[in-house]
Design a protein around this ligand. Structure first.
Ligand code: HEM
Ligand code: HEM
Length: 130
């Protein structure tokens, strides 16, 4: 498995644990919007999305017999997705400008995955020797 794909799976599992801890914490606090925002987005952009990134990079291009179209982009996607998720959950509710910046970066990270997978599954299979 590609090391970046593996790191996405590792990050996803870490966010899963953080996400459920924040979920649990909500049961012991009273209607805390910051906690809810972080709970929802660590779970959905962290656990759910990053598991899909990791497994998706590994398996989706293989369905059409190709490697990932732009392997160099995966590293950028990994760092951008992680920095912007932690940033978003860290500043939401405190700093409007930074929230918007991290939101734009998160959308850019999603765009990198979409473009890379589209390109990977859209090309004809590479020549094989069988
Ligand atoms: C131990 C596991 C979990 C606990 C204890 C938990 C707890 C909670 C609680 C108490 C709320 C309500 C907050 C409120 O409205 O005041 C909530 C909302 C939410 N949780 Fe969890 N949660 C858990 C796991 C998850 C997971 C795994 C996901 C997604 C993959 C998730 C997604 C959501 C979402 C999307 C909302 C917001 C729903 C809405 O818009 O009203 N939760 N959670
Ligand atoms: C660039 C990515 C994203 C950004 C910038 C973003 C931003 C936001 C914002 C600003 C809110 C409103 C919070 C509030 O006013 O209380 C929100 C709520 C929510 N978002 Fe996202 N979001 C993103 C991605 C996603 C994704 C991918 C999902 C699901 C797969 C998701 C699920 C939710 C849910 C369920 C709520 C409602 C939570 C609640 O009940 O308070 N978001 N998001």
């Amino acid at each position: 498995m590609d090391p970046i794909a593996k790191n996405f799976v590792r990050a996803s599992l870490l966010y899963f644990f953080i996400g459920v801890c924040l979920g649990l914490l909500q049961l012991f606090t009273k209607d805390e919007p910051l906690l809810k925002f972080a709970h929802v987005h660590f779970n959905l952009l962290g656990w759910m999305s990053m598991m899909i990134y990791g497994v998706g990079y590994h398996i989706l291009p293989r369905f059409s017999g190709n490697p990932v179209a732009y392997p160099g982009l995966m590293k950028w996607h990994f760092w951008l997705a992680n920095i912007s998720l932690v940033g978003l959950c860290g500043v939401w509710g405190y700093a409007d400008g930074l929230t918007k910046l991290f939101a734009v970066l998160q959308v850019a990270a999603v765009g990198m995955f979409v473009a890379n997978i589209m390109a990977s599954i859209g090309t004809a299979p590479a020549e094989s020797s069988h």
